[in-house]
Write a protein that binds this ligand. Structure first.
Ligand code: KG4
Ligand code: ZN
Length: 352
């Protein structure tokens, strides 16, 4: 039973073939990083244009790598939201065309649900439910309960910036390229995580909500107090810098700042996830989304003595991909929960 997944919600055009909801036969991701990098963030109009250019070859390559033809497919799954409308539309329209031409069922998938399913891929049903899912990416920081019928309950979310967005903004502020998460993640082990003490705002209302904009401002204040103008300017003028280049261009106090920022984000994420596990007696913790590829977060979660096992997708399946979309479609395929051709792009689609 093979499902073709298509993902185009932001700045990655991706297609994948997944067998029986858990075996990845192919996963092709065309990144638009080089297009958006010079603007320091995703430019929606450029993103849709790039998706249009990439969608046909990316789907073709995914089928080729999986040695699969359209005739071997059981369904086509596509991200219906949340995301950039113009970008989502490219994937949805192409998915509908394949389904129309080949008489295949169409399954619309919530991108966030996809991220959760990324952790289930290649796990052969090992993850016990109900679980807590922490989805941390450039657009989302959500804490869900995943029930054993794959229904979801939202426990908390960010009130302002997403965790990945905080990484990207702090990296930009310090003069590094976009996306900033991977750059800061690799620099953090070179600094002292206890050098700078940041205190995060305590949330009124839902204690499981997150807030990262105060931390971003605290980093900005620190930078202003220490006058980093010259070193930031030098980094801003770099093109195609390698990790070694960034390391060479980052003095120790800035490495300490980055390490302390990363430690604060990680502690905040794990503190709230761990409180939910204890309160609900969950059987597993799933951490997914782009920030789940963070080496510091992975190590901290494994050493946190949580009362249940913690699961991460492989780093390649943590960031946006289409295998997670095909995987999330599998339970819906079994239930016959198909969409018709009125499926629309939903910029603000919620999971729960
Ligand atoms: O899931 P994703 O590919 O796209 C969204 O749905 O947003 O996540 C991208 C985000 C970016 O903000 C990027 O900086 C962040 O994930 N990210 C990381 C790391 N790798 C990617 N953040 C921290 N550490 C990383 N290693
Ligand atoms: Zn994502």
């Amino acid at each position: 039973m093979r499902i073709l997944g298509i993902e185009s919600s932001c700045d990655e055009t991706a297609a994948a073939v997944v067998e029986n909801g858990e075996t990845v036969l192919s996963s092709v991701v065309a990144s638009q990083m080089s297009t958006h990098g010079k603007y320091g963030g995703v430019v929606p109009e450029l993103a849709s244009r790039e998706h249009l250019r990439a969608i046909v070859p990316v789907v073709r390559l995914a089928l080729e790598e999986a040695r699969t033809s359209f005739d071997d497919l059981s369904a086509v799954a596509v991200t219906e939201g949340p995301g950039l409308v113009g970008s989502l539309l490219v994937g949805i329209t192409y998915a509908k065309s394949i389904c129309f031409a080949r008489g295949l069922p169409l399954i619309g998938i919530n991108h966030i649900e996809g991220h959760i399913h990324a952790a289930l891929l290649d796990m052969a049903g090992q993850i016990e439910l109900p679980a807590i899912a922490l989805v941390v990416s450039g657009g989302h920081t959500h804490l869900f309960e995943v029930r054993d019928d794959f229904s979801y309950r939202l426990l908390g979310k960010t009130r302002d910036d997403a965790a990945g967005e905080a990484y990207d903004k702090v990296a930009k502020l310090l003069g590094y390229g976009y996306p900033g998460g991977p750059v800061l993640d690799r620099l953090a082990p070179h600094g002292n995580p206890k050098a700078v003490r940041f205190t995060l705002a305590r949330m009124k209302g839902n204690a499981k909500d997150f807030s990262f904009s105060g931390l971003k401002t605290a980093v900005l204040r620190w930078v202003e107090r220490h006058d980093l103008t010259a070193e930031i300017e030098t980094r801003r003028n770099q093109r195609n810098a390698s990790h070694e280049d960034w390391l060479r261009l980052t003095p120790k106090p800035t490495l300490d700042l980055i390490a302390s920022f990363q430690r604060t984000v990680i502690e905040e994420l794990l503190r709230r996830a761990s409180a939910s596990i204890e309160q609900l007696g969950s059987c597993a913790l799933i951490i997914s989304g782009g920030v789940a590829s963070n080496a510091g977060l992975r190590a901290a979660a494994r050493n946190a003595n949580l009362p249940c096992p913690v699961y991460f997708p492989t780093p390649a399946l943590s960031t946006d991909n289409a295998a997670m979309i095909a995987a999330a479609a599998f339970p819906k395929f079994r239930l016959g929960a198909f969409d018709d051709f009125s499926l629309r792009a939903k910029a603000n689609l919620a999971l729960a």
